[in-house]
Design a protein around this ligand. Structure first.
Ligand SMILES: Cc1cc2nc3c(=O)[nH]c(=O)nc-3n(C[C@H](O)[C@H](O)[C@H](O)COP(=O)(O)OP(=O)(O)OC[C@H]3O[C@@H](n4cnc5c(N)ncnc54)[C@H](O)[C@@H]3O)c2cc1C
Length: 253
């Protein structure tokens, strides 16, 4: 089964952000082609058994390697092992990518303003999209909203600025909006659905959600996804189905 569905890849680098968060990169086989926003299935051998989990790709579709951003779940079957990963270790990678959280899914409305709303590691697919020049060409406004619990969990901030400077060079419509839910001093510290209901998110961004122009993607914690979806629907925004509509979602558990 393993040889048919998976290839064995080598870990190339590891970056630790906090006790419960790290990123790693691995070799990318030539056949592994993906669209920004898709996820890979990664496997680890544990006591002779292969444990496999879904991981959104952080890298650009044009990168030579594959990068991922991982939580460490205490006692999690996969991540309690993955956290001890070392450079040079081997990981299994399923040969094909999966997922429909891609910008290609939108036909109507046409691209204009893009809202990428993430909790925690749900940031990953959006980093991939932002490392695709097409995203910057297609959207006049891009708002990356990233909700974490503590300042220490706010990973990738410098990379986000670098990505915006490189891929979005000359683009004037990008905004990065962090939310830190356990820091009352943070400019935004309430949960995303609350910040939509009370208008604070739009006030900080200086734009409004618009059923005629907005593409809105939600990724991460399923409770956030569900509640934010409902808050957006109350504002007249619709789920994207068969190409039409504003909201596309991906739940991580
Ligand atoms: C489409 C898809 C893409 C995913 N992409 C990523 C990714 O890019 N990075 C990533 O870290 N995880 C991602 N996940 C979650 C991932 O597949 C595993 O659930 C995670 O690695 C934990 O595995 P585990 O076996 O240790 O714990 P599990 O038994 O899988 O999960 C145990 C519990 O941990 C919590 N949990 C799981 N994942 C997360 C998370 N990411 N953040 C916070 N709490 C979590 C939930 O409460 C869950 O019930 C994705 C899941 C899906 C479905």
């Amino acid at each position: 089964m393993t040889s048919e569905k998976f290839t064995v890849e080598k870990v190339l680098s590891i970056q630790r952000w906090a006790d419960n968060l790290f990123s790693f990169s691995m070799t990318r086989p030539a056949h592994f082609k993906f669209t920004a926003g898709q996820f890979a299935r990664i496997g680890l051998q544990v006591d002779g058994e292969l444990i496999v989990r879904a991981y959104s790709v952080v890298s650009s579709p044009y990168d030579e390697t594959l990068e991922f951003f991982s939580i460490v779940v205490p006692d999690g079957a996969f991540t309690s092992r993955l956290k001890d990963l070392q450079v040079g270790d081997e990981l299994y990678l399923e040969k094909i990518p999966y997922g429909f959280l891609t910008l290609a899914r939108y036909q109507q409305p046409l691209p204009h303003d893009l809202w990428l709303l993430a909790t925690g590691t749900g940031l990953a697919p959006f980093l991939s999209m932002l490392q695709d020049f097409e995203t910057w060409q297609n959207y006049q406004k891009i708002n990356l909203v990233y909700s974490v619990r503590t300042q220490a969990e706010l990973a990738y901030v410098e990379r986000i600025q670098e990505i915006a400077a490189t891929f979005g060079e000359g683009h004037t419509g990008f905004q990065f909006v962090p939310i830190i839910t356990r820091d009352p001093q943070a400019i935004l510290h309430q949960r995303l659905p609350v910040l939509i209901e009370n208008g604070q998110l739009e006030a900080v961004v200086g734009q409004q959600f618009n059923p005629e122009t907005s593409h809105i993607m939600l990724c991460g914690n399923p409770q956030m996804v569900e509640d934010t979806k409902e808050a957006l629907k109350q504002r007249g925004l619709s789920m994207n189905r068969r190409g039409e509509g504003n909201i596309a979602v991906e739940n991580y558990w």
